[in-house]
Design a protein around this ligand. Sequence first.
Ligand SMILES: NC(=O)c1ccc[n+]([C@@H]2O[C@H](COP(=O)([O-])OP(=O)(O)OC[C@H]3O[C@@H](n4cnc5c(N)ncnc54)[C@H](O)[C@@H]3O)[C@@H](O)[C@H]2O)c1
Length: 248
Amino acid sequence: MTPDWKDQVAIVTGGASGIGFAVASKLHSLGVQTVLLDWNVEALEKAKSMLESQPLIIPTDVGEEVSVKSAVREAVQKFSRIDILFNSAGIVGQTNLKGHEADADDFDQVYRVNLKGSFLMCKAIIPHMLKRDYGRILLVASMAGKEGNAGMTAYSTTKAGVIGLTKTLGKDYADTGITVNSLAPAVIRTPILETMPQEQIDYMTAKIPMGRCGTLPEVVAMATFILSPESSFTTGFCFDLSGGRATY
Ligand SMILES: NC(=O)c1ccc[n+]([C@@H]2O[C@H](COP(=O)([O-])OP(=O)(O)OC[C@H]3O[C@@H](n4cnc5c(N)ncnc54)[C@H](O)[C@@H]3O)[C@@H](O)[C@H]2O)c1
């Protein structure tokens, strides 16, 4: 049976900031029981205080399996089900460096959060979705993963991995009620840009044919559709949000 928004439970990682918080706020406003996961405890508390009928928050490191399992267990204990995973936790790591100049340790850290984190979240949540034969998973990849952004080796590579993960899991569960998709935004103005040199931001923005950054409402509108029960015949797909940059 197709669930109503108000009967659903969503886990949103990176839920304390930017795209994650914007999507969590929308789901929350639709009546979805929304659980915010983030490793920034202070930002998580602030996010909670900004939403009416305050959501459950669980400090979590998505790159650490013990932390992910414990968070999912706590959410299931409280709500008995999980219908939606919006996986937005991510970091950029070093930028504006050529591949041979990038640090191996930085690569490991970006991989751990962006790609292993996406995998661990899906691995922990899918068994709960299988029990009800229903689920909507949306992983935040990036235009960098589709095309490769010069100067962003670890970021582009791990986001390409997220797209690969999407395609694989989409097929793994295509005969169930679970869909697995991803988003490939170009530049969206959020706090993540504060971690990058202006030169790198200018390089990425210049590639957008619409000549502007995307906005949070534009991300939220697309995410809400993909996470809706009505979006039931698309899986294993990476949705473009790039102002015309990607034509495939
Ligand atoms: N803003 C953009 O231009 C843009 C473009 C393409 C893709 N993205 C992707 O969108 C996602 C959200 O980014 P944003 O722009 O909202 O940035 P943001 O920095 O505002 O939000 C990211 C959140 O992830 C959290 N986080 C980071 N590592 C974590 C970990 N190990 N465990 C739990 N939480 C962790 C941060 O604390 C933060 O709250 C990221 O995956 C990012 O790569 C952003």
